[in-house]
Design a protein around this ligand. Structure first.
Ligand SMILES: C[S@@+](CC[C@H](N)C(=O)[O-])C[C@H]1O[C@@H](n2cnc3c(N)ncnc32)[C@H](O)[C@@H]1O
Length: 413
């Protein structure tokens, strides 16, 4: 069907050298640590959610703002960077479900946190192959100007940057492959209200979490304070009172020693549900996560190794496992959407026919290329690697209930 162009490049030529870290990065990250230090000194310990937000997206030196973190030379590798087949399976899922409702047009493909733009590129290639880009547009929700540049170079021949900082569309262009309009937004709330195919892969794990721990006094929130024994270092402390987040999120039946809640994720998934109900559309959320049993999952990654989240803020990725049961409950709470999953990445990809695609690509591949294809397949589906830790959740408008009872959502059954 398609050529295995980038699968092979991504695996056998993992250099990712076209961007280097911003020259001012060290200074700005020092400024970030200084500003966190000053903030805590002035107002007292801060929540992990506040810390995560500052460290990841503060314009001063936030991790996502200045850095290409994906790939072998970065801090971690994601499935879209491992293999083009990943994006192809996702594209097929959207095409299949979209066709069940008559492929409404115009429509938009919305990606939250597009990274290097590889997933979007693979989805567009499949849509083009099936001549499904008529009346299509793409909306990329990306906070990082640096990554938006990488995405733009991958997807468009040229893009125009908005001169007005308040413009919700800060960059725009058309795709190289099919002249599909592509616009960049900082926030989903500004994305147009039309029929939407929304993908969020490894996005929710980057959203801030609050962390709580059982103590002799009941649950208390874990906060971040400055370590007075060392200059410019941070430490965890327990709140000595019930914080607003604890009052809001403590479930009466909670028994875990520790638990985490991401309020921003819950608000976002509710916004997605509202969009799907009001404008029509489908959403697919893929990430590493648990189903409500997770405890202490807040961690940092640097150069493919776990790192102390409190050390050198801004130089390492901060992340927490996605609580898929909380996400699902928030999404379906108001009855606007139906949720299917979470299902493991392995089951999802196998049900979507990844083995056939591997076989099909293999027919035109040489030995080295076949090795790369197998490597990507194993990484993505092996239960000991990404196969079960990564999960998929799909959201579809509740109005489709009868249709979906007759023709169930692919990939989830
Ligand atoms: C872990 S990367 C995942 C990239 C890509 N989806 C993949 O799977 O390869 C997270 C992406 O989300 C973006 N991001 C993180 N926090 C964001 C926020 N609050 N708003 C918009 N984009 C954000 C990052 O800049 C990055 O593009």
């Amino acid at each position: 069907m398609f050529l295995a162009r980038r699968t092979l490049l991504r695996l056998s030529n993992l250099k990712y050298s076209y961007y280097t870290v911003n020259q001012n990065l060290e200074k700005s990250q020092y400024d970030l640590a200084k500003s966190l230090y000053a903030k805590i000194k002035a107002t007292g310990p801060i929540t992990i959610a506040d810390y995560m937000k500052e460290v990841l997206i503060n314009p001063l030196g936030g991790y996502y703002i200045h850095k290409d973190m994906l790939g072998e030379s970065g801090d971690f590798v994601t499935s879209p960077e491992l293999s083009q087949i990943f994006g192809e399976m996702i594209a097929i899922w959207f095409l299949n479900e979209w066709s069940k409702v008559g492929s409404p047009k115009p429509f938009q493909i919305v990606e939250l946190g597009p990274g290097k733009g590889s997933l979007c590129q693979d989805i567009l290639r499949v849509f083009k192959h099936f001549q499904a880009l008529k009346e299509a547009s793409v909306c990329l929700v990306e906070i990082s100007p640096f990554l938006s540049d990488i995405q733009a170079r991958k997807l468009c021949a040229q893009t125009i940057l908005s001169k007005n900082e308040d413009d919700p569309v800060y960059r725009q262009g058309t795709s190289i492959t099919h002249s599909t309009p592509i616009k960049w937004y900082r926030d989903l709330k500004n994305v147009p209200n039309i029929f939407t195919l929304l993908i969020a892969h490894e996005f929710f794990d980057a959203l801030p979490i609050h962390k709580f721990r059982k103590t002799d006094l009941g649950y208390r929130e874990v906060l971040i304070d400055i370590d007075k024994t060392k200059n410019m270092t941070f430490r965890y402390v327990m709140a000595n009172h019930e914080t607003p987040a604890l009052k809001l999120f403590l479930n009466k039946n909670e028994t875990r020693e520790e638990f985490e809640v991401s309020p921003q994720s819950l608000v976002l998934v509710k916004d997605i549900a509202t969009r799907l109900e009001e404008d029509g559309g489908l959403a697919l959320i893929g990430d590493y996560g648990h189903e409500g049993e997770g405890t202490d999952t807040f961690r940092a990654y640097k150069k493919h190794k776990q790192h102390d989240p409190l050390l050198e803020p801004g130089t390492a990725d901060l992340t927490a496992d996605v609580d898929f049961s909380a996400l699902k409950n928030a999404a379906i709470e108001e009855g606007k959407v139906l949720a299917f999953g979470p299902t493991s990445q392995r089951d999802f990809l196998l049900r979507m026919g990844i083995e056939h695609r591997v076989k099909n690509l293999g027919e035109a591949a040489n030995e080295e290329q076949m090795k790369s294809i197998r490597f990507g397949f194993d990484m993505m589906t092996d239960p000991a690697k990404m196969g079960t830790r990564f999960k998929f959740l799909s959201l579809l408008p509740s109005v489709l209930k009868d249709i979906l009872q007759k023709v169930p959502v692919v990939g989830f059954h």
